[in-house]
Design a protein around this ligand. Structure first.
Ligand SMILES: [Zn+2]
Length: 240
């Protein structure tokens, strides 16, 4: 077992703030990756059709804004829904605790026993947890959520927006800044290098094999740029 694997096992055992932070980091890397691939495909496709810098800038910027807002809106909707269902589950738990506290104590004790405590210790632990903060204990043990740390949809939306924008800026700048004779080489080169980096990052964060992830990610970006460049060139040549 490598040091990284040991650390990973440790994280899983705790599943606390560190796990949450790793999830956020993983989402940020994936969001940036999305921004790189979709904007690179877009600007390379337009570059296949035209040399006009302002057309490239317009297309790239529109792609950046459309993509980042679409990501943010999707994230907002999904996290809001998750938050609503967690709130509903907490409300039901609160009601059950009020209406049948004895059955709830029994339930908590059973859940703790399932986790490996002896019947006697589980009963005592359930009693102490219930005395301290029954709702929190049921939220954690039964629902697997922390009532004080429900995901915030605005935070999630903002993070997606920023991650996508950070990724999208790379191909946008790479296509508009260099002289027209080299802009495609600069864009394709920097995009493939960045995709190698995000592929490496997401593989490390998910403790997956790095080589295969980098290769898949770079190949995916290369295909995206190849297809849109071909389409742009055909349209450009046809004078559409
Ligand atoms: Zn309960």
């Amino acid at each position: 077992m490598t040091e990284a694997e040991t650390a990973e096992g440790h994280d899983e055992a705790h599943q606390g703030a560190l796990g949450t932070r790793l999830n956020w980091l993983r989402a940020a890397v994936l969001g940036a990756n999305d921004g790189i691939v979709s904007t690179a495909g877009l600007v390379v496709g337009v570059a296949g059709a035209t040399d006009d810098r302002s057309a490239l800038l317009t297309a790239g910027l529109a792609g950046l804004l459309a993509g980042s807002m679409s990501m943010a809106a999707g994230e907002y909707v999904s996290v809001s829904t998750q938050r609503d269902s967690e709130k509903a589950a907490l409300a039901q738990e609160r009601r059950e605790l009020r209406e049948e506290p004895e059955a709830e104590l029994e339930e908590l004790s059973g859940l703790l026993e399932d986790r490996g405590l002896s019947a006697e210790v589980a009963r005592e632990a359930a009693r102490q947890l219930t005395d301290r903060d029954a709702l929190r204990a049921h939220a954690r043990v039964e629902l697997g959520i922390d009532p004080d740390e429900l995901a915030n949809p605005w935070h999630a939306a903002g993070a997606s927006f920023l991650a996508f924008t950070a990724g999208a800026l790379l191909p946008l700048l790479a296509i508009v800044l260099p002289p027209s004779s080299v802009r495609l080489y600069v864009t394709v080169g920097s995009v493939l290098a960045a995709l190698a980096l995000t592929g490496w990052g997401s593989a490390r964060l998910g403790s997956a094999p790095v080589g295969a992830a980098v290769l898949r990610n770079v190949a995916g970006g290369a295909v995206a740029m190849g297809v849109t460049y071909l389409a742009g060139s055909l349209l450009g040549a046809a004078g559409v």
